[in-house]
Design a protein around this ligand. Structure first.
Ligand SMILES: Nc1nc2c(c(=O)[nH]1)N[C@H]1C(S)=C(S)[C@@H](COP(=O)(O)OP(=O)(O)OC[C@H]3O[C@@H](n4cnc5c(=O)[nH]c(N)nc54)[C@H](O)[C@@H]3O)O[C@H]1N2
Ligand SMILES: Nc1nc2c(c(=O)[nH]1)N[C@H]1C(S)=C(S)[C@@H](COP(=O)(O)OP(=O)(O)OC[C@H]3O[C@@H](n4cnc5c(=O)[nH]c(N)nc54)[C@H](O)[C@@H]3O)O[C@H]1N2
Ligand code: SF4
Ligand SMILES: [Mo]
Length: 652
């Protein structure tokens, strides 16, 4: 039971990776902001203020259910847990540990994530992942491989002392609004220059001094081009490059081979504007970069690597006011990875192939974790019904996907056992064999780690509805049923955190006491990482080569850009239902603002309301992920937009 004290202690907003502090106010439906490291003014955004209503009370799951004769039937916790454990154990015994999949949980605490991956590994598999991670995968990999840690290099407060802030493929003004308003906006007010690099103008662009709108997918080329300009202008920080990096010579040789002007033409940006940004980078002392989902996921090209090259070339890593910020999405996306919910990494980002690391973890766990990396979230769902026979899904909704419905139906329906732990009914529930009702982030205890590595307390500010329980309890119970009970004999989250800090190099020495309510990892560094050296074998950061050439795309079609997330329950209809195109493209297609149009990849047709706007670069069509998803299934980035009135009648 949660006490009724008039000023309850604060908890961390469960809605996004910024990690604002909040508490219950006099109005039970509205959260009240409390000062914290990420919201120093105690501010909340609309989404945070309304978190108590998410998911809506009426949609909350209250009872455990088990499928009987085809129907999900309410049962006791004991019956549900027995069924869940039996389903997972049966698959493991019949087809081996790698026939299990563990998916989740960026919505869950560090302690819950720690338990989830420990459960997977003590069951004998590294098949544990979460899909939110994959949206920032290239950025995280670039950071980990080249600097040391897959996380923002600096604390949010560092943005206040930046001279130039480069926002790439992100819309923090709308998606991480309190971080934007508390750190970016004041920096700009004090004279910092905001450069927005995005094919679409959005809320963030409104504050920007320069907007570079490259063709989607050409960022790496544009960023390499910027580096070439900086080098040509003499803007390279030669002593930083000489003392702290390696492989710069080869990179700079490749830069000189880039054709002037050509790169700008392929990226479709004004060459003079590129020059202006290069000049800024040369003249100003401190540049920080903020990235979102828009520059990730374009293999074989890695735009984050090109961005990191640019920052290293200009000496913009390892000092306050510089660095690379990964503006993560979900509340504990950073912490889920840190805690080891990754198929190839143990807690603290050490490789499962590292024998010493396995042994160190094994000495605490009683057995060594498996050495073969598991499958990632995408591959796991792809193996459902084949190699994977049973899955535990904690706070994820894999039925929302870019894959065709029939494919998903076959995958999700092909499992022998699907155990779902969620706070609400989702599109995945109809496939579940066991459904366990979860408490949400405002109803449980533990810690979460935000987008600048700050570990903060989560405290229950109300009771969960019905029989819903914190994921921690569910995972502890499953762990003791499926593995050595002593390994899951935790008193509560604090004991699990201590074990996490014990086995994890990142968290080593970190403790988050009741009084000291936030700490940044790694425990021995300040908020700025790499001031004295990089966490690499030789302490230096490596340059990688100029990225391979990109295909600028087909000039006849419109290149589809999807923004937002399919699962954003806060998106307004106006946001969700429209397609935005440039006025010239609209005129060429005889499309007017406000009219209903068909957007098609040649196979799937999606109806949307047209909006013509200069915010969108020529040759692109911008849609919300909620309706754009079906158009992305074929992997062809081009779509046609035509007025519905001239669409051919469907055949009878
Ligand atoms: N209100 C609200 N806030 C949220 C969420 C929510 O559901 N609602 N979800 C949270 C989550 S989970 C996430 S992951 C974050 C997402 O946060 P963001 O990543 O900031 O989300 P988007 O608004 O989709 O911004 C992506 C940007 O990338 C741009 N882009 C697309 N392709 C390219 C390209 O090739 N190059 C470049 N440079 N840019 C490109 C798009 O035009 C778009 O402006 O938001 C978080 N915040
Ligand atoms: N096709 C497609 N795929 C996408 C995206 C897209 O736009 N389209 N977006 C990508 C992005 S950016 C993200 S972040 C992911 C998001 O994908 P998911 O994480 O799968 O989706 P969400 O709807 O954000 O959250 C899943 C569930 O968590 C539950 N939940 C909330 N709090 C708790 C809790 O404390 N415990 C438990 N057990 N459950 C809880 C909610 O009820 C919700 O049903 O999807 C990625 N994949
Ligand atoms: S910015 Fe994010 S963490 Fe802060 S109140 Fe808004 S949703 Fe919550
Ligand atoms: Mo996300």
């Amino acid at each position: 039971m949660v006490g009724d004290e008039s000023d309850p202690p604060p908890t961390t907003c469960p809605e996004c990776g910024v990690g604002c502090q909040l508490t219950r106010g006099p109005d039970p439906d509205r959260a009240r902001g409390r000062k914290g490291p990420a919201n120093p003014d105690g501010r909340l955004c609309r989404r945070g203020a309304t978190t108590f209503g998410r998911p809506p009370e009426a949609e909350r799951l209250r009872r455990p259910r088990v499928r009987r004769d085809g129907e999900l039937t309410p049962v006791s916790w004991e019956t549900a847990m027995a069924a869940a454990a039996e389903g997972l154990a049966d698959a493991r015994d019949a087809t081996g540990p790698d026939s299990l999949a563990f998916l989740g949980a960026p919505r869950c605490t560090n302690e819950e994530n720690y338990l989830l991956q420990k459960l997977a590994r003590l069951c004998g598999t590294n098949n544990v992942d979460n899909r939110a991670r994959l949206c920032h995968d290239q950025t995280a990999r670039a950071l980990a491989d080249r600097l040391g840690w897959p996380a923002s290099t600096n604390g949010l407060d560092g943005l206040r002392s930046a001279d130039v802030i480069l926002v790439v493929g992100a819309n923090p003004a709308a998606r991480q609004p309190v971080a934007f308003d508390s750190f970016v906006r004041p920096a700009v007010r004090d004279g910092a220059t905001l450069v927005h690099l995005d094919p679409v103008g959005n809320e963030t662009t409104r504050l920007a001094d320069v907007h570079l709108a490259p063709r989607p997918g050409t960022d790496a080329l544009l960023l390499d081009h910027l580096s070439a300009r900086v080098d040509a202008r003499g803007g390279v920080d030669e002593s930083f490059v000489a003392d702290r990096t390696r492989d710069a010579d080869r990179y700079r040789e490749e830069l000189t081979a880039l054709e002037r002007g050509d790169a700008a033409a392929v990226a479709g940006v004004d060459d003079a504007a590129v020059d202006r940004v290069a000049e800024l980078l040369c003249e100003r002392d401190r540049t920080a970069a903020v990235v979102g989902t828009g520059i990730d996921g374009q293999p074989p090209v890695s735009a984050p690597d090109a961005l990191l090259n640019l920052l290293l070339l200009t000496g913009n890593v390892g000092r306050p006011g510089t660095g690379l910020y990964v503006f993560r999405g979900l509340v504990n996306e950073q912490g889920a990875t840190d805690a080891g919910c990754v198929p190839d990494k143990l807690p603290g980002h050490v490789s499962v192939t590292d024998a010493d690391a396995r042994e160190r973890v094994g000495s605490v766990w009683g057995v060594d974790p498996p050495k073969r990396p598991g499958l990632d979230a995408k591959a796991l769902v792809g193996a459902f019904g084949d190699a994977v026979r049973a899955a535990l899904v904690v706070g994820e909704n894999p039925a929302v996907s870019k894959r065709p419905d029939e494919w998903l139906d076959r995958r999700l329906g092909g499992l022998d056992t699907l155990v779902l732990v969620d706070a609400a009914e989702t599109a995945t529930t109809p496939y579940a064999d066991v459904v366990l009702p979860a408490a949400t982030g405002v109803e449980k205890r533990g810690t979460v780690t935000n987008l600048d590595r700050t570990v903060q307390r989560v405290r229950p500010v109300r009771d969960p509805p019905g029989d819903a329980r914190p994921d921690f309890e569910v995972l502890r119970e499953l762990g003791s049923r499926l593995t050595a009970p002593a390994q899951f004999d935790f008193d509560g989250p604090d004991e699990a955190f201590d074990e996490l800090a014990d086995v994890s190099p990142a968290y080593a020495g970190l403790s988050v006491g009741e009084t000291k309510s936030s700490r940044q990892w790694p425990g021995d560094a300040g908020s700025t990482l790499y001031e004295d050296g990089f966490e690499t074998a030789d302490g230096r950061a490596r340059f990688v080569g100029v990225q391979p050439p990109v295909d600028a795309g087909d000039d006849d079609g419109l290149r589809l850009v999807s923004v937002g997330r399919a699962n954003d329950d806060a998106a307004t209809r106006g946001d969700r239902d429209r397609v935005r195109i440039h006025p010239d493209d609209a005129a060429a297609r005889d499309v007017a603002t406000g009219e209903t149009v068909a957007v098609t990849d040649g196979e799937t047709v999606v109806e949307a309301v047209a909006e013509t706007t200069d915010d969108v670069r020529r040759g692109t069509a911008v849609m919300h992920a909620a309706i754009a998803d079906p158009l992305e299934r074929r992997g062809d980035p081009n779509v046609a937009v035509r007025p519905l009135r001239s669409a051919p009648a469907t055949q009878e």
